[in-house]
Ligand binder design. Structure first.
Ligand code: ADP
Ligand code: MG
Length: 478
């Protein structure tokens, strides 16, 4: 066995090589409180502080870690992991990551991702993270995605201009930039400009003030692809709209691809001049709408994978179910969960997510939040239906269920009725509490969670709940 000082030095060198290969969040999350516990012949024993780290390391980091160790000492043939809870926070036996790997300024994007721009022109760089592959397609954005794919393969072709519209946080910028990335991939020498309407406006004003209009026009008109985000911000009276129109026309007539987004459809963009609108209408117009539950879940799964987050499927389902406003919100909650996890070192649970949502001033159980989304399709059932269904199944009376009785036979049916009210009627905890003899909302929350958790390993209970649901014709959504 190596003495622990030498092990620590070795481990620090390994971490130094690993760190640049991983995203910082991932590195800090999975390598804090780790160490080399020892060596047995050709095997290195790596210590982890929590059992849940084990699978993750085996799956994601074992190969990498072994490779690095072997570079340093080719006699090493194997690594094994050992969980040792006492490593947690032990600064003598583990490497203090924050001290040895202080956070650095954001890395600059690699050169190859920078978009070639006409000389002197400032433009936001297209974010390489946005691709058409990692855009999750569902019924509400299929057409928009397909149109972007087509433009990505054949810019300046049939779908010109391409106009994508929809509400905030539904993926317009993602699609626009992803299309830019797709074009760059097939035509690396293409000159692409991505600008927000705000930037375009500022540049126009600046050019006018500095009497550099000619230069401005020349630069814009020599691009192969122009992407303008959020044209609803184009001012009505301004010269900007005039400039925009001329730029647009020049490019369009040259068969250069123009891609535009707005928060509403062309005909609803009353600020825009008719002549601009009629141009938009000649191309392809596609909208993005609020994603349904399945798509929300798919997006979360995709994001979790992208960020290499290990999150329980149940938790993702919970987020998908309750974060219904837009995709940005979904992502926001996911990121909060990760941040919390990194700070407090506990895996996100349904409960911790619910707490996060409350902190974000959003009652995950508040029906109001569901506005704008498809309500659960089982909307026709009422609380009374559920109470009666449960009452029939367990042969207990409705009045006992909603009453004060604490008899054991009543407890479970009551909790199930609460759970089903939450799940199928999407009532808030407060409202459910009111209907059950004014119980406190936390009591209801615990009851719901209890059933939720219990159903996972109690198949009997699961079957019973399913049976009641079936009888009430409540479809299974979870
Ligand atoms: P918008 O421009 O419409 O306001 P964004 O494109 O900025 O919305 O999207 C907000 C966030 O949600 C982005 O991080 C984006 O990657 C993500 N997003 C939106 N829709 C999807 C989708 N269908 N699949 C994957 N990610 C999505
Ligand atoms: Mg946007």
């Amino acid at each position: 066995m190596t003495s622990s000082g030498i092990s620590l030095d070795l481990w620090l060198s390994v971490l130094q090589k690993l760190e640049p290969k991983l995203q910082r969040g991932m590195f800090v999350t999975w390598f804090r409180d780790t160490t080399i516990l020892g060596r047995e012949e050709k095997t290195i024993i790596i210590g982890l502080s929590l059992p849940m780290f084990l699978n993750w390391h085996l799956e994601h980091y074992q190969g990498m870690t072994l490779e690095i160790l072997r570079e340093m000492d080719p006699t090493i043939e194997k690594i094994v992991y050992q969980v040792d809870g006492s490593l947690k926070g032990d600064r003598e036996r583990t490497i203090d990551l924050l001290q040895h790997f202080p956070e650095q300024k954001k890395r600059k994007l690699p050169k190859k991702n920078e978009v070639k721009l006409a000389e002197g022109l400032t433009s936001k760089i297209i974010n390489p993270r946005y691709t058409l592959d990692n855009f999750v397609v569902g019924p509400m954005n299929r057409l928009a995605h397909a149109a972007c794919m087509a433009v990505g393969n054949n810019p300046g072709g049939k779908y010109n201009p391409l106009f994508i519209y929809g509400g905030v946080g539904l993926g317009k910028t993602h699609l626009l930039q992803a299309t830019g990335n797709a074009i760059l991939k097939s035509i690396p020498q293409a000159t692409i400009i991505y600008v927000t309407t705000e930037e375009f406006t500022n540049q126009t004003i600046e050019a006018i003030q500095n009497q550099k209009m000619d230069q401005f026009r020349r630069r814009y008109r020599q691009v192969d692809v122009l992407i303008i985000d959020d044209v609803q911000f184009l001012a009505k009276t301004d010269r900007t709209q005039e400039e925009f129109f001329h730029t647009f026309n020049a490019l369009y007539e040259d068969n250069k691809q123009v891609i535009i987004s707005a928060d509403r459809s062309p005909e609803q963009l009353t600020l825009l001049q008719d002549r601009i609108l009629s141009r938009f209408e000649r191309g392809m117009i596609a909208d993005v709408q609020l994603p349904d539950y399945e798509t929300r879940l798919a997006i979360l799964t995709e994001k979790a994978q992208e960020y290499e987050l290990f999150i329980d499927q149940k938790v993702l389902q919970f987020i998908a179910e309750h974060a219904t406003k837009n995709v940005r919100e979904l992502e926001g909650i996911l990121m909060q969960a990760v941040a919390q996890y990194e700070l407090e070192h506990c895996m996100p649970t349904v409960r911790s997510i619910a707490e996060i949502m409350t902190k974000l001033h959003k009652d995950p159980y508040d029906e109001e939040e569901m506005v704008g989304f498809e309500k659960s399709p089982q909307k026709r059932a009422t609380l009374q239906d559920i109470l009666e269904g449960v009452s029939r199944y367990y042969s207990v009376s409705v009045s006992d269920m909603i009453g004060q009785s604490r008899v054991r036979e009543i407890l479970m049916p009551r909790q199930i009725a609460m759970f089903m009210s939450k799940k199928h009627l999407r009532m808030s905890y407060v409202r459910i509490g009111e209907n059950f003899s004014h119980r406190d909302h936390t009591t209801v929350m615990h009851a719901v969670e209890k059933i939720e958790t219990k159903m996972n390993d109690d198949t009997q209970l699961m079957r019973e709940v399913r049976a009641i649901e079936k009888e009430l014709e409540l479809s299974e959504k979870k």
